[in-house]
Design a protein around this ligand. Structure first.
Ligand SMILES: [Zn+2]
Length: 162
């Protein structure tokens, strides 16, 4: 039992150490805008980001550490000017924390792996989750679905129809 506990503890420590970058290091690997949003909880102006209109199929990764956060299948047009998702790619991909900054009570969404700020979560999303993950484009990096996978999906859809 003790050994088991120690093994887990050790694993956690290595994981955290990998992601513990100094602010100097973050500055080096992020653009000025990304740094402002990811590390200083900034918000990009609506309708200006790279991904708010995007309908491409693929996966959205954390721009800071590359962790998989959202699938394009959960992306929807919210009209807010920010990329919006009704769920995360995996239950634990995104952590949420209360955020009382700017005289508002909001729920902040952060990358579970590196702790970077992504955006906020609201309760006015579509069914089935009714959640709206309102995410800055600058916090995301899009990975297009490979053409192989896309072909397979199209095939699956065709089979469903026949
Ligand atoms: Zn991250």
């Amino acid at each position: 039992m003790v050994y088991y506990y120690l093994a887990i503890k050790k694993h956690h420590m290595t994981e955290n150490n990998n992601m513990k970058k100094t602010e100097e290091e973050w500055h080096q690997c992020l653009t000025t805008e990304q740094y402002k949003i990811l590390r200083e909880k900034g918000t990009e102006a609506p309708f200006t980001g790279k991904y708010y209109k995007s309908k491409d199929e693929g996966i959205y990764l954390c721009a800071a550490c590359g962790a998989e956060l959202f699938s394009s299948e959960a992306k929807y047009e919210s009209g807010t000017g920010w990329p919006s998702f009704f769920q995360t790619i995996e239950k634990n991909a995104v952590a949420v924390k209360p955020d009382a900054s700017r005289d508002m009570y909001r729920i902040e969404a952060v990358c579970r792996k590196c702790g970077s700020h992504l955006g906020h979560v609201f309760d006015d999303g579509p069914k089935p989750t009714e959640k709206r993950f309102c995410i800055n484009s600058a916090s995301l990096k899009f990975k297009k679905m490979s053409s192989e996978k896309q072909a397979k999906q199209t095939n699956d859809k065709r089979q469903h129809k026949s």
